[in-house]
Design a protein around this ligand. Structure first.
Ligand code: ADP
Length: 248
C-alpha cells in the first residue's frame, strides 16, 4: 500500500526482453525530498528501471506510482515528463550553437517552437528564475558563452539547469559525474545536496567517492531486483553485495 510521503513507489515490477528478466519483481520507494543513489553491476537493471519510471518501457507486471495518485502505467513518456519527472541521460544534450542563457530560456519556455521562445520577451519573474538557475549551476559568468564551448562538466550542469527550469518533482540522473574532473565532481556533489529537499533525486552512479560525498541512502540492484539498501557503509559491508561485485 502507498504510504504518505513517497514521491515514487515501485511495487513488484517485472520486465522481460525475449524471455530474459531485466527486472524481476523489483520493489523500491523514494521519499519526498530524498537523494537516493542506485548502484549495481552492469546488467543489473538500472537503466530498465529508469525506462519504466519515465514510460519508455512498460512493465509486464507490478505497479508504479508517482506521488499518491499518479499511476505511471496510464501515462505516455511525454505526459510523465510533463507531470514532473525529469531525466538526464549520461551524455549531455545541450544546444551547442546557443548561449548558456538561451539554453535556459528555451527550457523555461517549455515545449514551444525554438523561434517562438527566443522571440518572446521574458517576464521579470522568468529573468529572476534564470539568474537563480545560473547561480545554482555555477554558470553565471558563462551566461553569454556558446554552450558548445563549455567543458564537459559545465555542459552537464547546464543540462541539469535546463531540467530544473521545468520544475520537476523527481529528477533521475544517469552517471552525472562520469568523465568529470575531481573539482567538477565535488561541485556536482554540492549542487545535488542543494537540490535535495526541494526535489527528490535518483542518481545512478559507479563513483563510490562521489556517492560517499552525497551521503544518501544507497540501493543496490542485482539481477533485476533490490539486493540491499542502506548507507553506503552498510551496503559495502554486505556479503551479498561484495559477492555480486566480485562475481564469486
Ligand atoms: P544496467 O543499466 O544496470 O546495466 P540494464 O537495465 O541496461 O542494466 O539491462 C538489464 C538487462 O536487460 C541486461 O542484461 C540487458 O542486456 C537487458 N536489456 C536491456 N534492455 C534490453 C532490450 N531493449 N532488449 C533486450 N535486452 C535488454
Amino acid at each position: 500500500d502507498v504510504t504518505h510521503g513517497q514521491i515514487l513507489y515501485l511495487d513488484d515490477i517485472s520486465v522481460s526482453f525475449d524471455g530474459f528478466r531485466a527486472l524481476n519483481r523489483l520493489s523500491l520507494s523514494i521519499a519526498v525530498g530524498e537523494l537516493r543513489c542506485i548502484i549495481g553491476p552492469n546488467g543489473a537493471g538500472k537503466t530498465t528501471m529508469m525506462d519504466v519510471i519515465t514510460g519508455k518501457t512498460r512493465a509486464d507486471s507490478g505497479s508504479a506510482f508517482f506521488g499518491q495518485t499518479i499511476n505511471l502505467a496510464q501515462h505516455s513518456e511525454a505526459e510523465i515528463a510533463q507531470l514532473g519527472i525529469g531525466r538526464k541521460f549520461q551524455k549531455p544534450t545541450v544546444f551547442e550553437a546557443m548561449t548558456v542563457q538561451e539554453n535556459l530560456e528555451l527550457a523555461l519556455a517549455g515545449p514551444r517552437s525554438v523561434w517562438a521562445s527566443l522571440r518572446a520577451r521574458l517576464s521579470g519573474q522568468q529573468r529572476d528564475r534564470i539568474d537563480e538557475l545560473l547561480t545554482l549551476i555555477r554558470l553565471g559568468e558563462q551566461r553569454a558563452r556558446l554552450a558548445g564551448l563549455l567543458s564537459h562538466g559545465q555542459k552537464q550542469w547546464l543540462e541539469i539547469g535546463m531540467l530544473l527550469a521545468q520544475e520537476p518533482q523527481l529528477l533521475l540522473l544517469d552517471e552525472p559525474v562520469a568523465g568529470m574532473t575531481d573539482a567538477e565532481t565535488e561541485k556536482t556533489a554540492e549542487l545535488l545536496l542543494t537540490l535535495k529537499g526541494r526535489h527528490s533525486l535518483m542518481v545512478v552512479e559507479h563513483d563510490m567517492d562521489f556517492i560517499a560525498s552525497i551521503a544518501g541512502k544507497v540501493t543496490v540492484l542485482a539481477e533485476g531486483a533490490v539486493l540491499a539498501e542502506g548507507s553506503l557503509q552498510q551496503v559495502q559491508a554486505d556479503e551479498r553485495v561484495i559477492e555480486v561485485y566480485l562475481g564469486r
